[in-house]
Structure formats: structure tokens, C-alpha cells
Design a protein. Structure first.
Length: 414
């Protein structure tokens, strides 16, 4: 890196909990080695930021989005009683924004009313940078405004295809128009754009005329201890969020239906204690002694933690466009950990599994077909797939993917 580039500054804006956002943390690691870096996001400052000279701006604010209806009404009564104009204004705008299709300026007014956005805008406008990286559509307008004011470059990481995050009627009527408004208004201002997979990149090209670079959600390539696969017990692992819509209970049913040699290991994050209890009860009832729940680990430790297992199960029947073409962190974590991967017929994952021979794609997302796929595997085949995954890990890793990010910023700031 030339001295002139090392003097350049980059600001990352992400409305996410930075310490748990693996994609943003990889961007931080990549860019902090090359530029002066500022990061804005939710949650406490991640470990090591201060030591590396990374400036952190916490955007945390208090919302009642997940409160019960009664609690929200109580909060509304308190706002009126105490004359909390700011909170009342935010509450009113959160409802008025649904009229945006009839009066588009409401979208901009709503956006600027959000406390976290206001804080991000103020910080970005006050602290000049040579480039701004907007993580996802909700950070894009704030980053674009700062880039325009300071004559800086703008990079947009779209992550997934935001307008089709969900596909229900309420989403299409109330939320997708808002996202489309901001993408049409700001995405073409970006000097460069990224997203997570080929199909999503193509969707942005077709709908918005954009040309994203594909940067996959692959972790660092780290050495992992190798072990043999037992003929009597094959340890299957699934790690990720304990979210009801992901139907993790299906995996327990798969294990219950598959041969007794398969043992499922969950490593789940999230605060839905009731859902975790339901999963434990189901496992005890239909697959006693064959499902173990492990404590989650930080993103940087996931690969090492799951490498002690034999096979990764990535199973989620797609309910929307993004899920159909998903290439999640857990998929690449499993490959870099040297695990055989069994997945449903998700096109993007299936393509990689078949290209590298790193696992098996079930005929459908049904419980019986996934169990049949597991039962079709011999121990020797699992061993062979693990070797293939280890080979694929030399290519499908953050070193390779983050080079694309480094090249984008080096080109723009040269």
C-alpha cells in the first residue's frame, strides 16, 4: 500500500450490532490495514478497535418495536403525558411513512426522523472522510449525503436484495415501496457496489441497472484440526440464529428420521428463550439422546468451534427471493471448517457444493428427502467430501473475497 493511500480515511456506516456482524467485521479487518478507519453501528465498541486506531461511533437508541401492544400503548400515553415531542414525532412518522407511495417526500422525512440515522448523519457530516461505505440500503442515504458534502467516494454494500427480503402482501404494500424509493434515489450515486451472490447481483442489474461486484460471506481461512469420521456416530452441526421462521425443528425431525448414527449439534444465538425451550423439548421427545445444544461463540471463533464436527446441515425452505438464492455465512463457515455440507436444493449453494464436491444436495426441502440424503452417505463419502471442502476453503475464504473490497477502495482512492 502506497503512503498516499495509507493516509486516506474510510467511514463504515452499518445499522447493525457490529460485534456480531461477521460481514462488517471482515470489512473492518480488511480496510483497517490499509486506511484510517471509522465505524458507526449498534452495540458496544468491539474488542481491539481502540488498539488498531479505529474510531467507533455507537448509534444505539431505545425502541419499543418488540414491545407488546399494551406496552406500546403505555409508552404512547407516557409520551403524551410528559410532552415528549421527539418520541411522539417518531411514532407519528413511523405510521405516516406508509403513505409514501402517495407522497414520496414522506420517505425522506421518515428517514431523517429516526434517532440512529440522525446520529449517523451528524457524525458523518461532521467528520470528513475520503470514502464512505454504506452497509445495506438503510445506511445508504446518510452515507451518500456525507460523501456529497465532503467530495468523497461512496461504496454501497447491498448485502441481499432488499426489496424482496419478504414477499407477503403487507411487505409488498408497506415496506418494499420505501426501499425501492431509496435505492432508486441513492444507489446510482455510488461509485462502486457490492452484494453477496451472483443471482442477487443479476437482480440488481435487471431492476435498477446497477452493476454490483460479488463479495461472498466467507470467513478467514484458518488452520483447523483434522479428525476421522466414526462409523458409529456422525456428528452433524448447525449454527446460526434461533429464529422461529427458520424452522429449526425440521432439522430435529430429520435426525429423528435418519439412521441412529447421526447426532445433531446446535450452536444457536439469539434471545428467544421460549423457542429454544421448545426445540429442547421436541428433541427429547422424538430424538432422545441425539441432539446436543452448545453455547454459541463469537463470529471469529465459529470456524474453529464447528471444525470438530463431521458434517454441516444447512436447511431452510425458501420463503422469499433472498432465501431462495441465499449464500449465508454458515455455509462458508462450514466449508472453511472442512465439513461435508448437506443442503436443500438452494441454487447458489447447490452450485458450489457440486462444483467442489464438498457435500450433497437433497432432492427437495422435505424432511424425508433430507433424511434420505443423509442416509445415502457412506462414511468414506463423508471423508471424501471433507477433503474436498478443505480444498475449496483455499479459494472460498475472506482473504480472496476481501481482496475485492480492498481493490475497490484502492482504485477509488488512488
Amino acid at each position: 500500500m502506497t503512503p498516499s493511500l495509507m493516509d486516506k480515511s474510510v467511514t463504515i456506516i452499518s445499522l447493525s450490532p457490529i460485534a456480531r456482524d461477521a460481514r462488517v467485521l471482515r470489512q473492518v479487518n480488511c480496510l483497517s490495514e490499509r486506511f484510517r478507519l471509522s465505524v458507526m453501528g449498534y452495540g458496544p465498541e468491539p474488542p481491539g478497535f481502540a488498539e488498531r486506531g479505529i474510531r467507533y461511533v455507537c448509534l444505539d437508541v431505545v425502541f419499543d418495536s418488540f414491545a407488546t401492544r399494551g406496552e406500546r400503548l403505555q409508552n404512547l400515553a407516557r409520551m403524551v403525558r410528559e410532552g415528549d415531542r421527539e418520541a411522539l414525532s417518531l411514532r407519528i412518522m413511523s405510521r405516516a411513512v406508509y403513505m409514501g407511495p402517495l407522497y414520496p417526500p414522506l420517505y425522506e422525512a421518515w428517514y431523517r426522523s429516526i434517532p440512529a440515522i440522525r446520529k449517523a448523519r451528524e457524525a458523518a457530516l461532521a467528520e470528513p472522510a475520503d470514502a464512505y461505505l454504506a452497509n445495506d440500503w438503510n445506511a445508504l442515504p446518510a452515507a451518500a449525503e456525507a460523501a456529497e458534502k465532503h467530495g468523497a467516494k461512496l461504496v454501497f454494500d447491498a448485502h441481499e436484495y432488499a426489496p424482496l427480503e419478504y414477499e407477503g402482501l403487507s411487505w409488498r404494500l408497506l415496506h418494499a415501496p420505501r426501499i425501492n424509493h431509496f435505492l432508486r434515489g441513492y444507489a446510482k450515486k455510488a461509485d462502486a457496489m457490492m452484494t453477496v451472490g451472483p443471482a442477487i447481483a443479476e437482480k440488481y442489474r435487471l431492476v435498477f441497472g446497477l452493476n454490483p461486484v460479488v463479495v461472498r460471506n466467507a470467513p478467514d481461512h484458518v488452520p483447523v484440526a483434522r479428525h476421522d469420521v466414526s462409523r458409529d456416530r456422525v456428528n452433524v452441526v448447525h449454527h446460526g440464529g434461533a429464529v422461529r421462521v427458520r424452522r429449526l425443528e425440521d432439522m430435529i425431525e430429520v435426525i429423528a428420521l435418519a439412521k441412529p448414527r447421526y447426532h445433531l449439534n446446535f450452536m444457536l444465538t439469539g434471545g428467544d428463550a421460549a423457542y429454544l425451550d421448545e426445540l429442547r423439548l421436541l428433541a427429547a421427545r422424538i430424538a432422545p439422546g441425539r441432539v446436543t445444544f452448545h453455547d454459541p461463540v463469537p463470529p471469529r471463533e465459529v470456524v474453529a468451534a464447528i471444525s470438530r464436527f463431521d458434517l454441516s446441515l444447512v436447511l431452510k425452505k425458501p420463503l422469499c427471493f433472498n432465501e431462495k438464492y441465499s449464500l449465508p455465512n454458515k455455509f462458508f463457515d462450514s466449508i472453511v471448517a472442512g465439513l461435508a455440507v448437506v443442503a436443500g436444493p438452494s441454487p447458489e449453494m447447490a452450485s458450489i457444493i457440486r462444483e467442489y464436491g464438498a457435500g450433497l444436495v437433497a432432492d427437495s426441502f422435505s424432511i424425508s428427502d433430507v433424511a434420505k440424503a443423509l442416509d445415502s452417505l457412506s462414511v468414506d463419502e463423508i471423508r471424501s467430501m471433507r477433503v474436498a471442502a478443505a480444498g475449496a476453503a483455499k479459494i472460498l475464504n475472506a482473504g480472496h473475497e476481501m481482496k475485492k473490497v480492498a481493490d475497490i477502495f484502492s482504485r477509488l482512492l488512488a
